[in-house]
Design a protein around this ligand. Structure first.
Ligand code: FAD
Length: 468
């Protein structure tokens, strides 16, 4: 064995650990298989042991023991990430945080919770105060708040509130370092960006404090258009209607809604491009008028249907964001996807250009968001996968059209993001994880400071478990 697991187990006496092969395998994976590239690269990744501490003290004991024995630690919330983020590339220990699941405090405008608390459970605890989280991924019912902050970016709610990168959408984070005697820091303001979206490479989130918004029984609507660009223009304009409070504005080009949204199929006439909307109920009449003005067809309204008609339907947000991809690839296994941003000026002109160039190879999916104070959209276009070379060519074509791609076929932070070092995250890793034991292989700036992003080459982590 490469790691002294017997010595580790002796030090973790009283803490729940598992080394049953089936469980190790299950706790060593996430939704990386959305990407044919990552599926090939990461299929064999497996931890040597999983520890599931309850409470902060046990987490600190696990960290100290692993530090002493030089065992890598990969944190895991619910394992719903898409890029192998929670997969232990160098083996070692998976730190399962799902038992740190307590909601700690609810106050006007904010809630505190342990990092492993599920998003839906936090909202359930906030409901009696008439409040809810501002934003959540479409994996709301299964994902943890710590995993969302460490691995996610935004989602349902981002049309009104922006993303996790926006100052004010994470209030504070209590984190533990990976040292002989782990230290605890509380970060707030700009400082949260040191560990937010760092894939757990430079600290373990123990507790988080998040801002809240007023809770509503959101109305779910699907609006249909026969022309895709009319649907996109309507969604953009609806996003810009500040007096209509929205939680979701998504556009999915036909025929994807008809083929992939099986339980909503009867509401979706052939040929109709679908705009999914979640709207605060007081705006319904105004929303009807706005939609009529744009010539949209109201195909579905959750509040106007008798309960027997909506029974068994998934919540609308589970047709959106990366759930669209999931539903599409369930019916057509060769489907994969990209993540793009259509920046100002003229986001819709960029969108029209790329889709005219790629046609059926790239069925369109847009998620409208508030981005630096302006409404624009991210793309999660579906891709009919042919080969890695063709996928890279499609990425390059986007970049030529001024459409940045956040590549979901890469397991490193940098290649999935801004393709450059984040100096604040790197500096914090030097302090918080001096031996580089936290989630190895994910931060290129740490593993290979000389790596040149300009070459466009894909980084391959040399430590990728040799058993693969
Ligand atoms: P995990 O997958 O367990 O972990 C994610 C990352 O965070 C890993 O790098 C892990 O090491 C690290 N981590 C986890 N817990 C901690 C901790 N306590 N301390 C330090 N690091 C930690 N994401 C979005 O942002 N928006 C979406 O709308 C969205 N939709 C999705 C839809 C589908 C169908 C799927 C499969 C995924 C989607 N995702 C989305 C990705 C993912 O579900 C979310 O980001 C989710 O919040 C991750 O939470 P998790 O608990 O599953 O994290």
């Amino acid at each position: 064995k490469r790691f002294d697991l017997a010595a580790l187990k002796a030090r973790l006496e009283g803490i729940r650990t598992e080394d049953n092969p089936a469980l190790l395998r299950q706790k060593s994976r996430d939704f990386y298989w959305y990407s044919p590239t990552l599926k090939r690269q990461l299929d064999g990744v497996v931890a040597d042991i999983v520890a599931s501490p309850v409470g902060e003290e046990e987490v600190l004991r696990v960290l100290a023991a692993c530090f002493e024995l030089g065992i890598p630690v990969t944190p895991r919330g619910a394992g719903t990430g898409n890029y192998g983020q929670a997969m232990p590339l160098a083996g070692g220990l998976v730190l399962d945080l799902s038992r740190l699941d307590r909601v700690l405090e609810i106050a006007p405008g904010r809630a505190g919770a342990q990092a492993g608390a599920l998003l839906a459970d936090i909202d359930a605890a906030c409901a009696p105060s008439g409040q809810e989280l501002r934003l959540h991924p479409s994996t709301y019912r299964t994902a943890s708040i710590g995993g969302f902050i460490a691995g996610g970016s935004g989602g349902v709610g981002s049309i009104t509130w922006g993303g996790l990168r926006d100052l004010g959408n994470i209030l504070s984070l209590r984190i533990a370092t990976m040292e002989a005697t782990p230290r605890i820091f509380t970060l707030s303001g700009e400082e949260v960006q040191k560990v937010a979206h760092a894939y757990g490479t430079n600290g373990i989130l123990l507790e988080v404090e998040m801002p809240l918004a007023p809770a509503y029984t959101w109305i779910e609507a699907i609006v249909g258009f026969t022309d895709f660009l009319d649907a996109a223009a309507y969604a953009q304009a609806l996003g810009e209607q500040d007096a209509l409070l929205k939680k979701l504005v998504s556009v999915i080009a036909a025929p994807v809604p008809q083929t992939a949204f099986l339980r909503h199929r009867r509401f979706l006439p052939d040929g109709m491009h679908a705009v999914l909307v979640m709207l605060a109920p007081m705006g319904c009449a105004a929303f009807e008028s706005f939609t009529a003005r744009h010539g949209g067809a109201m195909l579905f309204r959750s509040d106007l249907l008798p309960p027997q008609e909506t029974k068994g339907l998934p919540p609308l947000y589970e047709l959106a964001w990366n759930h669209t991809t999931l539903r599409a690839l369930r019916v057509e296994p060769s489907i994969t996807y990209l993540q793009t941003l259509y920046p100002h000026p003229d986001p819709l002109a960029r969108l029209a250009r790329i889709h005219s160039l790629l046609g059926d190879e790239l069925p369109a999916h847009l998620e409208f968001v508030r981005f630096d104070g302006r409404i624009t959209c991210f793309g999660l276009p579906l891709v009919r996968y042919i080969s890695d070379e063709r996928l890279d060519a499609i990425v390059a074509l986007h970049e030529e059209c001024g459409i940045p791609v956040f590549n979901p076929h890469r397991y490193t932070l940098e290649e999935g993001g801004m393709k450059q070092t984040d100096p604040a995250q790197l500096a914090f890793k030097r302090q918080a994880d001096p031996q580089g034991l936290l989630n190895p292989g994910k931060m290129i700036a740490w593993e290979n400071p000389a790596f040149d992003f300009a070459t466009g080459r894909t980084y391959l982590f040399p430590g990728l478990d040799s058993r693969n």
